[in-house]
Design a protein around this ligand. Sequence first.
Ligand SMILES: [Zn+2]
Length: 88
Amino acid sequence: MLNCILLGLAAFTGWVLFLLASPVGRCRRCRGERIIRTRLRGRVRKCPRCRGAGRSSRTGAVWVHRARWAIRRAVAGELERRREKVPR
Ligand SMILES: [Zn+2]
């Protein structure tokens, strides 16, 4: 049971680090081709998922980076508060 939790935690940490390293990946819907072929007569249109960019943020990447900025801001605020307390 504990092994399962540790394994899950390790996988989660690895995934978060991976997202921090490369938050943007190839769009899964168009596979980076920027266009998708509709079934009707093989028509081609711009990929709606990435809006023709061919790339899209990975699952959880937005969340991870939001958390990262929140932590960074909190740390900066704390440092600022400490600096104010120190008398010169
Ligand atoms: Zn796409």
